[in-house]
Design a protein around this ligand. Sequence first.
Ligand SMILES: NC(=O)c1ccc[n+]([C@@H]2O[C@H](COP(=O)([O-])OP(=O)(O)OC[C@H]3O[C@@H](n4cnc5c(N)ncnc54)[C@H](O)[C@@H]3O)[C@@H](O)[C@H]2O)c1
Length: 305
Amino acid sequence: MTLEGKVAVVTGSGRGLGLAYAQELARQGASVVINDVDADTAADAVASIEAAGGRAVAVVAPVGPTSTAEELVRTAVDTFGGLDILVTNAGVLRDTVLWKMSDDDFDTVVNVHLRGTFTCARAAASWMREHEVAGRIICIGSPTGQRGNFGQTNYAAAKAGIVGMVRTWALELKRAGITVNAVIPVAATAMTATVPYFAAAVEADEKGEAMPAFFRHDLGFGTSDDVAGLIAYLASDDASGVTGQAIGIGGDRLQVWSHPEPVFTTYHEGGWSYESLREEFPEVAAERQQSVGESFPPLPEELRR
Ligand SMILES: NC(=O)c1ccc[n+]([C@@H]2O[C@H](COP(=O)([O-])OP(=O)(O)OC[C@H]3O[C@@H](n4cnc5c(N)ncnc54)[C@H](O)[C@@H]3O)[C@@H](O)[C@H]2O)c1
């Protein structure tokens, strides 16, 4: 087994994608610290891993505060003797358009996703550096962070911020041999089950049937298990040369996302005044304005619900 002897922390791993990551890491031989705010799902997650012959322990605490991050690292070290892998996956949604979004909607989502990723990665990286462990930090982003999405100001801010931190940490932790990557998943979970566009796929999954190829192939939308293999791969010694990347996965599809690059560069001797921009910008922008949001193809007739 590729991860034999390794120790992993997976935040938000009581259910959904996090549970699939924890189970796959355990299946590959890692001991896993399960984390969730929901004690019952955390206990069930531990039981499922132990029933399959793996090793797991639960920390029931909200990701966000430094105290939780420190407890997660301490539990990994005290229970399993170290820490090799961190997966920051815990998440919540509070969707609404900008003009209806409350301070609490914004702060809640940013606290769990962005601050939770920061505090957990800082605690894990500090321990790994101090103990000279060439560890793995895998942070979960979203297509929304990459491209924006209607009604998700808070979530877009947090997920785009996570990918920005990943690029920074890949630089800062390179000398220590610690890799840091973002995974951009898409899967049928409680978070996506209510999206009408995905209804036919969720319906097939719930019946235990294979999802239609349109979802798995064209949209890269599948099950949580479809995402878990990439987490285990990035956590392994095989992926020691992969760092600073944002890798998309879902269904049958794997994608390497580009980092933002200028698509066009031009110069104006002496700098750009309002007048020179008014004159030249329409031409510069004419065919170069970038698209925003994800664009989905129309659903085939038979998959409409
Ligand atoms: N499902 C998708 O298609 C999709 C797409 C892009 C990104 N993601 C991301 O993947 C991650 C997992 O999503 P999911 O679809 O499995 O969602 P989910 O809601 O099924 O699972 C999230 C888990 O996190 C836990 N959680 C919530 N707040 C927490 C906190 N403060 N501390 C610890 N645990 C907490 C929840 O109790 C739950 O068990 C999230 O970061 C999400 O943004 C999911």
